[in-house]
Design a protein around this ligand. Sequence first.
Ligand SMILES: *[C@@H]1O[C@H](CO)[C@@H](O)[C@H](O)[C@H]1NC(C)=O
Ligand SMILES: *[C@@H]1O[C@H](CO)[C@@H](O)[C@H](O)[C@H]1NC(C)=O
Ligand SMILES: *[C@@H]1O[C@H](CO)[C@@H](O)[C@H](O)[C@H]1NC(C)=O
Length: 464
Amino acid sequence: MGARTFNSVALAVVAFAAAAAAANASPASSSSFGVGVSAYAFDDAAYSYCDADHPDDQAYKVVPDAKLELVQMVVRHGDRTPVHLIPNDNTTWTCDGVAENIYLNGAGQPETNTTGAFRQLIEIPSWSGKYGYANQVWRGTCDVGQLTDKGKSQHRMLGSKIRGIYVDKLGFLPAQLNGTDELYVRTTNVWRTKNSAESLLGALWPKRDIAPQTAIPFHTYPREIETMYGNTGACGKIKTLASKITDSEQFQVFLKDQGPLMAKLSGIFGVSGSDWDNTWDGYIDILQARHCHDIALPCNDRASISGKATPKCATAEDSAQVLRNSHYEYVFKFRDHPLSHSYLRLVIGSLLGTLKDQVQEHIAGKTGNLKFALYSGHDSTVAPLLAVLQASNRNMLWPPYASNLLFELWKKSDGSRVVRVIYNGQVLKLQPEFEWCDLNACPLDTFYKHLDEYIPDNIATECA
Ligand SMILES: *[C@@H]1O[C@H](CO)[C@@H](O)[C@H](O)[C@H]1NC(C)=O
Ligand SMILES: *[C@@H]1O[C@H](CO)[C@@H](O)[C@H](O)[C@H]1NC(C)=O
Ligand SMILES: *[C@@H]1O[C@H](CO)[C@@H](O)[C@H](O)[C@H]1NC(C)=O
């Protein structure tokens, strides 16, 4: 388990970051910036990119002297195939066992107006075929960025834990679903996130527990106006700010230090361009997806074909270093740069506003029986939310597959309300120097006073 052994921390990165932070320490930028980054360490042996921890229904404890009112859950999709392709990829990805349902498995779709059952089958033609582009993708039966069997079972596990807590232990959610008054589901309009939501809900309310006429609506936005991650198409300023952050001296020192690794891997992968020279995003995708499936890491076959050089391969250590670099990149961009705050407002402020409005409407009694709201998204949904909360370094590690964030709203017997935040099974811990509330029971006012700093008054105006 390469990803689990972080012991040989990226000491060089930490050391140069500290040096750079010290050199840069102007009054304007030293407030939280230097402290956060220089203290950052990648030493969590319990972390695995491949699989997030989930809430433990046995260990789960209620907030004392309080009544649960609403649960909002934000998740990352489960294990998936890579989203970045590399030319002449000779690996094989198999998705034969993955039944692809567009609607909740077992939701008892109305029988009328249908002619039977349908199933999608991904086909990748033979590489030697005359009419296709087969060698521009891997072999096997998986689409790009598709949820795998493993990814589905991760979300089923999560759903069964949620049932264990909120149905079996607390009796907060109904054991059977008849209609969907208690439930709201929002997902990005991406196959893997819809499939993840479907798997989670399929375990939370198995077929036997759903009344025949109940079909659960999945609310989606068109991609052009999606707000569950930084929408660079709708908000050009996100890119401007991202460039300012990555152009900063400290990030450039980091890129330069790790430049030889980036050059080696981009050569092996046969990739180039702006998506590949100032971010580790594509590299972590290519390497971790394979790592999580014990698939051999890519080699440069062209070198052997041309006979000029022995093939070079990405190594497990390269992969581990890319993971460290990716952690560093996320915490730097999202949490610790002086512009992170403005950046987060545009990247995730709209979703935050949506979550807040839902709570306020709930308190005002305008949401009927709503009890559970699920938001199915991506690493780029979960990580910025964690950064807004100023999560600890440990919790800022790149969100693993099936990462899960719970916002619980509790009403105390004195009438006041508190919010509890649980991330991958634990009450979310904040970075000590940013500690602004105890997220085991944070007073609602304090909670929103903090979040309001990140919620735009008018996203369109702020993006202009
Ligand atoms: C790709 O994989 C196939 C099947 O494993 C193997 O026969 C072939 O030699 C490989 N091609 C290259 C270029 O490595
Ligand atoms: C669907 O089925 C119902 C009931 O059989 C029928 O009234 C309706 O016209 C059908 N709609 C379409 C679009 O075929
Ligand atoms: C679901 O609710 C409807 C409307 O109240 C009711 O007619 C129906 O019998 C219920 N179904 C089940 C399985 O409880």
